[in-house]
Design a protein around this ligand. Structure first.
Ligand SMILES: Cc1ncc(COP(=O)(O)O)c(C=O)c1O
Length: 394
């Protein structure tokens, strides 16, 4: 009886359009990269999570071609039936080593890694304590577990401690946090979180989707950046951002926990093996990064340059220790309209509005990449300055 659902959806979609929260998807007419083709125009790309600039370089296409030639296109199986090749085990070992854990388990996406984590380990006698700004996939994953839940104020250690006190008597307690919060680029205070978790006997889970490959002196992610890689118990992350951009993900953890995931995690057990192109290419990327530290240096140089030039031009810009640089605009419609005007100037950025960010905190999120040249960055700064004046952004 679609007739009943249709008017409800029509009304809600109309309301989204009215409030500026309706999302349209622009069609890319080229591969992802430093430049992309949209609407017949070439644009400078400042909104992909292509931090290391590897997407669109051709390197990854070659690596994926090689992987498919060697391992075939796909396995038509889950891992435990007949879907495990040495390339899967090699990638698990490589990513575990990079993030400083004993072992890792591959998933089709980080959303699935998160969904497959909490319900596997934590039941009715346990408690999950989660940062209020954690990614939607953690929020949904936590809901699927039968554990008691508590939410602490964003990066507020006093509030976390209060919540940890309420967990006294629980069998297990876990503190869950994003490593890097994707809307602001702010980094979880993992040392303080681990200290508190240690004091109250809790485990620590970090979703490092935006940290892996970017943060830490070896690109091992936010736990490495914070010096606590050996104190974190579960790290989830994606190959769909800095490490190639196609998809695929992992949970890196202690030996027994990885073993247990392989036996009990539903989104692993009952879902196809990670495809061979992504698996082989991700392995290639991890090796490439170890051999090319200059790529990560370029990312940081570009980030510093963009922020300095934006500040010189009157913008208030965050100093978050991550290349994500939100330009805060507040009003939903202004953020969306300004992003569109920037598109006309040849700069591809997106306005983020509710429900991706809280109401009244709309923004344009700029993603700096190692692929950008200094001239690209200056072009973006000039376009922001011109459009920002028109829209009263500073
Ligand atoms: C913090 C965080 N966790 C998880 C995800 C989901 O990752 P995936 O695209 O691999 O499902 C994202 C992606 O937006 C993210 O930013």
């Amino acid at each position: 009886m679609y007739d009943k659902l249709k008017p409800i959806l029509q009304e809600e979609l109309a309301a989204m359009r009215e409030t500026g929260t309706y999302k349209t998807e622009r069609m890319l007419e080229s591969p992802q990269g430093r430049e992309i083709a949209v609407g017949g125009k070439k644009l400078l790309n400042f909104c992909a999570n292509n931090y290391l600039g590897l997407s669109g370089t051709g390197l990854l296409e070659k690596a994926s071609e090689n992987a498919v030639k060697k391992w075939g296109f796909g396995l038509a199986s889950v891992r435990f039936i007949c879907g495990t090749q040495t390339v899967h085990k090699d990638l698990e070992a490589a990513i575990a080593k990079l993030v400083g854990q004993d072992d890792a388990v591959l998933y089709s996406s980080c959303f699935m890694a998160n969904v497959g984590l909490f319900q596997t380990f934590f039941g009715a006698e346990d408690m999950i304590i989660s940062d209020e700004l954690n990614h939607a996939s953690i929020i949904d994953a936590v809901r699927l577990s039968k554990a008691e839940r508590a939410v602490f104020k964003h990066m507020d250690m006093a509030d976390l401690e209060e919540k940890l006190k309420t967990a006294a008597g629980k069998r297990l307690t876990v503190v869950a946090t994003d490593g890097v919060f994707s809307m602001d680029g702010d980094v979880a205070p993992l040392k303080a979180i681990c200290d508190l978790a240690g004091k109250y006997g809790a485990l620590v889970m970090v979703d490092d989707a935006h940290g892996i490959g970017v943060m830490g002196s070896n690109g091992g992610g936010t736990p490495e950046h914070c010096g606590v890689a050996d104190r974190v118990d579960f790290v989830t992350g994606t190959f769909g951002k800095a490490l190639g951009g196609a998809g695929g993900a992992y949970t890196a953890t202690r030996k027994e926990a990885a073993d247990y995931l392989r036996n009990r995690s539903r989104t692993y057990l009952f879902s196809n093996s990670l495809d061979t192109a992504v698996t082989g290419t991700s392995l290639f990327v991890i090796d490439y990064l170890a051999k090319h530290p200059e790529v990560r240096k370029k990312l940081w140089d570009n980030t510093a340059l963009f922020r300095a030039r934006m500040k010189e031009n009157g913008f208030t810009v965050s100093d978050a220790p991550h290349p994500i640089t939100p330009i805060m605009l507040g009003d939903e419609k202004r953020a969306v309209a300004m992003a569109k005007a920037l598109l006309d100037e040849g700069i591809y950025v997106i306005g983020f509005a509710f429900p991706v960010v809280p109401k009244g905190k709309a923004r344009i999120r700029v993603q700096v990449s190692a692929a950008h040249t200094e001239a690209d960055i200056e072009r973006a700064v000039q376009a922001f300055t011109k459009v920002g004046k028109q829209f009263g952004a500073f």
